[in-house]
Design a protein around this ligand. Structure first.
Ligand code: FE2
Ligand code: FE2
Ligand code: FE2
Ligand code: FE2
Length: 413
């Protein structure tokens, strides 16, 4: 599939009316967990499109270009409204959060197993363990506060157990910047996946930023706040892989190309017919966006899409959301003790005593008794005797096997 070879619909004909923007929400007890994660992913991708469009407009002094991207952007907003309306009213903040972290785990694991660029793969494996640990922390809060077992929400496709402890994720911001992939060798797979994972993490960051304080008790609000800081780090981390050497018009074209690939993947992956129809509509709209972005680039920079896609613009294999239990366990076993050290990763025990990591940790985790991600687990253990997990066999890391004590030293001291 090369989306440049598709015939686009007229862009103005992509505008929907209010009725079309109001789909029937899914039934929360009767939906494939990966349909929920696909909805979150598409929602995040639309947010990225809208936000990129606003930034472009604010840095552009040509009103014809600004009008053209305003038209596309208004349709991106409609797509986002339609997709986010799929979440039912009775799905609460924390239930949705579990799906956010499940998405982070299984999307990252898919990309890491299919990565073509070594540094990007290492970056994926690194952040994978952190979102996997977030899932465990939120799951404990969910059962403690609402008596809901997160395994019912993730459909038992994703295990729930501690990984690199969240307390160890707090890094000096200098350690979250990686080399952009343009400095290595950009290929189609890395281009697409780096944009999509950045948008997904950014969606999680925004979700926690805006909604974390709506949680109904103080300990939960603090957990959202702490994990929200890690999502900021993840967005910095993944965003730094993106090619910075593109003009805004070129970046605009790439954004639309990425959206075409995303919906093409979602169509391929989706079993729910009504929701699949939405992905098909969105794909058609993205094809129209792509061709309008292509025309802008041609008109104002005299460059064709072939000048940008010097490699083939045929899509690689579609993104597939599915279980990755063995892969996650393998990464856990191999890399749990790593932290990020500037552009590289390092076993914490091998870091210099003067490393930025320790300086930052000393400030934010000054009093371990104040660290919410740890308190949540202790609170659960105090009331239930042991932590909540959904694991098919024991945690592969010895230090994480004790269910009566939350380990806060691993990958940190
Ligand atoms: Fe879109
Ligand atoms: Fe996370
Ligand atoms: Fe994340
Ligand atoms: Fe678009």
């Amino acid at each position: 599939m090369n989306p440049f070879n598709e015939t686009p619909k007229k862009i103005f004909n992509c505008i929907l009316d209010w009725k079309q923007l109001k789909p029937v929400p899914y039934k929360k007890n009767n939906i494939d967990p990966y349909t929920k994660t696909r909805i979150i992913l598409a929602n995040g991708s639309e947010f990225e499109s809208v936000w990129f469009g606003h930034n472009f407009s604010r840095h552009c002094n040509n009103n014809d270009i600004r009008r053209s991207i305003a038209l596309n952007r208004q349709i991106e907003q409609q797509q986002q409204k339609r997709i986010s309306a799929l979440k039912p009213i009775d799905e609460n903040l924390l239930e949705t959060t579990i799906s956010y972290e499940q998405l982070a785990v299984d999307l990252t694991a898919f990309m890491a197993q299919n990565a073509t660029c070594k540094s990007f793969k290492d970056g994926l494996d690194f952040a994978l363990l952190e979102d996997f640990d977030h899932l465990y922390r939120y799951a404990n809060l969910l059962d403690h506060d609402l008596g809901i077992k997160a395994e019912t929400l993730v459909g038992k496709y994703t295990e729930i157990m501690p990984a690199r402890p969240t307390i160890a994720h707090h890094r000096h911001p200098f350690d979250n910047i990686k080399f952009s992939v343009s400095e290595n060798k950009l290929d189609i797979n890395t281009l697409l996946h780096s944009h999509i994972i950045t948008a997904a993490e950014q969606q999680t960051m925004n979700f926690y930023m805006n909604l974390g304080s709506f949680y109904f008790n103080e300990s939960g609000r603090k957990l959202f706040s702490e994990i929200g800081m890690i999502e900021e780090q993840h967005v910095t981390h993944y965003g730094s892989f993106l090619n910075p050497n593109t003009s805004m018009l070129e970046c605009n074209l790439i954004h639309e190309y990425v959206e075409c690939y995303l919906y093409w993947s979602l169509i391929n992956d989706e079993k729910n017919d009504e929701i699949k129809k939405i992905w098909e509509d969105c794909f058609e709209q993205e094809i129209a966006h792509l061709h309008s972005a292509k025309e802008l680039l041609q008109k104002y920079e005299k460059r064709s899409w072939e000048d940008i896609f010097t490699f083939s613009a045929d899509f690689p294999q579609p993104i597939a959301l599915k279980e990755n239990k063995d892969y996650v366990r393998k990464v856990l076993q191999k890399t749990v003790k790593l932290t990020s050290d500037k552009e590289h990763y390092q076993d914490v025990s091998k870091l210099d005593k003067s490393a930025d990591f320790f300086k930052y940790q000393k400030i934010v985790n000054k009093d371990e008794k104040n660290v919410s991600s740890h308190l949540i687990i202790q609170q659960y253990i105090n009331s239930h005797g042991e932590d909540y997990r959904y694991q098919e066999k024991q945690n592969p890391i010895k230090e994480l096997q004790n269910r009566q004590k939350d380990n806060i030293d691993l990958a940190r001291k």
